[in-house]
Write a protein that binds this ligand. Structure first.
Ligand code: NAP
Length: 280
């Protein structure tokens, strides 16, 4: 039995889909009973909250592997630590954690590194998947202004980034969950190419059939835009800091882990942009 947490999220949803497609025996966790009730056929849906140990224990029954997806919030390390405490009490399942590229160099990845260190210290078998920024962020966070203003905003200047498609991340996750031999390993997951936001704007323009621009803002102005859109202050600071990492070229490395583990080349940005053409 494999437990997939955060199954309603961007990553968890795709991992559930791909795990079901290859016939894995899965249980998936949802925060909301309504969403759990609508879980896809072929899996066991359970309601679980990382902050409520009573909801974690039943989710862990009979589980040999866990795909751990914490929410991208400040208290991620504490939420995941609550969960890991219950996992240790339940046995020795292998924990495959979604982390992030960047380690201690930026705020979001640093919160993930805190949680990684806690898992390392727990004595549980683990694998860390450390993806770069997701291509799908453009759909989730930028498609609104792309459609309404033919523009998207940021403060990463000409920093090039090897964005990864969530579908590739999920393909690697399913391989690691289905196989042995990945214990104690950390995999940095990137796309196969590095692109600036200027390149991305050109590619999206080609798909949309009209000009889409990237507008680079000073970091303080970008933070103001994020706050006015309702982003919590810590998340706004962390997003601005991530763009600083991108601007400095520290998220531009290309690894071969997707190809090596999934057995095929990473999805290109062109392919992603065509597949999500409805968004532009
Ligand atoms: N976006 C990127 O470019 C990027 C890059 C590298 C790493 N990451 C990391 O990837 C991870 C997954 O990202 P994502 O986009 O899939 O996030 P997401 O869509 O926000 O999904 C988070 C999931 O966690 C669930 N959740 C939230 N709070 C919970 C709680 N207290 N107890 C139990 N479940 C809870 C959510 O349930 P609800 O749907 O009910 O809220 C949702 O299913 C994050 O840790 C993020 O930091 C992201």
């Amino acid at each position: 039995m494999i437990l997939i947490t955060g199954a309603s999220g961007n990553v968890g949803r795709e991992v559930v889909k791909q795990a079901l497609a290859v016939g894995l025996n899965i249980r998936a966790t949802f925060q909301s009973p309504d969403i759990a009730a609508k879980a896809p056929a072929g899996l066991e849906g359970v309601v679980m909250d990382y902050a409520k140990p009573d909801t974690i224990r039943p989710a862990l029954r009979g589980v040999e592997k866990i795909f751990l997806v914490g929410p991208p919030v400040w208290d991620l390390p504490a939420l995941e630590a609550n969960f890991i405490k219950e996992v240790r009490a339940a046995g020795r399942p292998h924990v495959v954690k979604i982390s992030a590229l960047g380690g201690r160099e930026s705020m979001f990845p640093s919160r993930h590194r805190d949680s990684e260190e806690n898992i390392e210290a727990s004595g549980l078998p683990y694998t860390f998947l450390r993806p770069n920024g997701f291509m799908q962020n453009l759909v989730n966070y930028n498609a609104g202004t792309i459609r309404s203003q033919n523009a998207f905003y940021g403060c990463q200047g000409n920093g090039a980034v090897s964005l990864v498609d969530i579908r590739d991340l999920a393909a690697v996750a399913v391989i690691v969950l289905a196989a042995t031999g990945h214990e104690g390993k950390s995999y940095t997951l990137t796309g196969g190419e590095t692109l600036t936001n200027g390149h991305i704007a050109e590619k999206l323009s080609g798909i949309a059939g009209h000009k889409i621009s990237y507008v680079d803002l000073p970091p303080t102005e970008f933070k103001r835009v994020l706050l006015s859109a309702g982003t919590p202050e810590w998340s706004a600071d962390a997003l601005v800091d991530l763009q600083r990492l991108y601007r400095e070229g520290k998220a531009s490395m290309v690894t071969d882990n997707v190809e090596r583990l999934a057995g095929r080349k990473p999805i290109t940005f062109d392919q992603f942009a065509r597949d999500y053409a409805f968004a532009w």
